[in-house]
Design a protein around this ligand. Structure first.
Ligand code: CA
Length: 361
């Protein structure tokens, strides 16, 4: 195929992924003057504070840093495809980029949940350190390899809240029969405590809670929860987010589309993800505290700590759930071992640094 024909085809099809897949004999690398159009599908409602706007920011950064050589158009949940079809859409090349979190794909690859968050596990700072410097990223890439998808850390919620409840939680018995939206491993833990976990995309939480279809829901933290108006649908706001102590948000990239990029654009995509990864966690830190103040002082929300014995029970069940997940297959065991080794070491360090400082400041 002649170079000009190749470029024309690229423009016509408006997708590097499709070109790379079809142009078997042509070199896959795109020339410097080719304009690439990528679609980014997200699990979040369009423009949703931090989660959606962070995805927008990632798209903007890639476009700006590449001086328009890659233009990324962002689609909110349901615009191009439903929220929970993001992984499949990127895997088959319908979109070149996706933004969500790994635990949404547990039905497809269970061990992916380690790359979102582990109940009673590492916080945002520790999680990111494991991914970047503790071998986590390599394991994550291996996990998605069979799907033709490359993962990148692209945001972190920091410690979440336990959630919004219309029933008081005074003992572990109160979890029995509780119908709660709670994704990932936390959902498995609730199930083991006698509750019924359900997985719903963010956009459906308010109505489900308000109509009584669910008794409780977790979402993220004060800033995001306030944006959804969850305080108008529930009586109690419990903490801490034992189930999501530092959830990594992910960007997923179609492998063929990524491999077709020249070296500089590959670096731009990877580093834009790194910027957003840090930036989103800082935005959560900055905005959660003002939102909490609004919820407590303006909306008079009843904010409560989960009782210690409830947390102890949940921790015991979490250990069971995580160990059983690890025992399911070799890949899960390998990720679990790497995660745990890092967690143990970083905890020993944070015991005499971050934690003690929180207590004495
Ligand atoms: Ca959550």
């Amino acid at each position: 195929m002649k170079r000009r024909d190749f470029i024309n085809k690229a423009i016509k099809q408006a997708s590097v992924g499709v070109v790379a897949a079809s142009a078997v004999t042509a070199p896959a690398i795109v020339s410097a003057d080719t304009k690439i159009k990528w679609k980014m599908v997200t699990t979040w409602p369009k423009n949703f504070p931090v989660l959606g706007t962070g995805a927008n920011q990632l798209a903007k950064l890639i476009t700006e840093m590449s001086d328009g050589r890659i233009k990324v158009k962002v689609y909110g949940a349901g615009e191009l495809i439903p929220a929970f079809e993001v992984f499949d859409a990127v895997s088959r090349g319908t979109a070149q980029l996706g933004h969500g979190s790994a635990y949404y794909w547990k039905g497809k690859v269970e061990e992916a949940q380690f790359f979102s968050t582990v109940p009673f596990g590492m916080n945002a700072q520790e999680m990111t350190a494991w991914l970047y410097y503790g071998g986590g990223m390599e394991l994550w890439r291996e996990t998605y390899e069979p799907f033709g998808v490359i993962p990148a850390a692209a945001g972190n919620t920091t410690v979440q809240m336990a959630g919004w409840f219309n029933k008081e939680i005074n003992s572990a018995n109160d979890l029995k029969g509780l119908k709660m939206r709670i994704p990932g491993l936390g959902g498995e833990v609730l199930k083991r405590a006698g509750g019924t976990p359900v997985n719903l995309p963010g956009g459906e939480l308010f109505t489900s809670l308000k109509t009584g279809a669910i008794d409780a829901t977790e979402w993220v933290g004060p800033y995001n929860d306030l944006a959804f108006g969850l305080h108008k649908a529930a009586k109690y706001y419990y903490y801490p987010g034992w189930h999501e102590p530092g959830t990594t948000l992910e960007a997923i990239i179609n492998k063929e589309a990524f491999n077709a990029l020249p070296k500089d654009l590959k670096s731009i995509v990877e580093n834009a993800c790194k910027v957003v990864n840090q930036d989103m966690s800082l935005e959560f830190t900055a905005k959660n505290n003002t939102a909490l103040d609004t919820l407590v002082n303006k909306h008079k929300v009843d904010v409560r700590k989960l009782p210690d014995d409830v947390l102890e029970k949940l921790k015991e069940l979490s250990n069971e759930v995580v160990s059983e997940l690890a025992a399911k297959n070799k890949a899960a065991q390998k990720i679990h071992d790497s995660y745990n080794k890092f967690y143990k070491q970083v905890s020993a360090w944070h015991e005499i640094s971050e934690k003690i400082y929180y207590n004495v400041r």
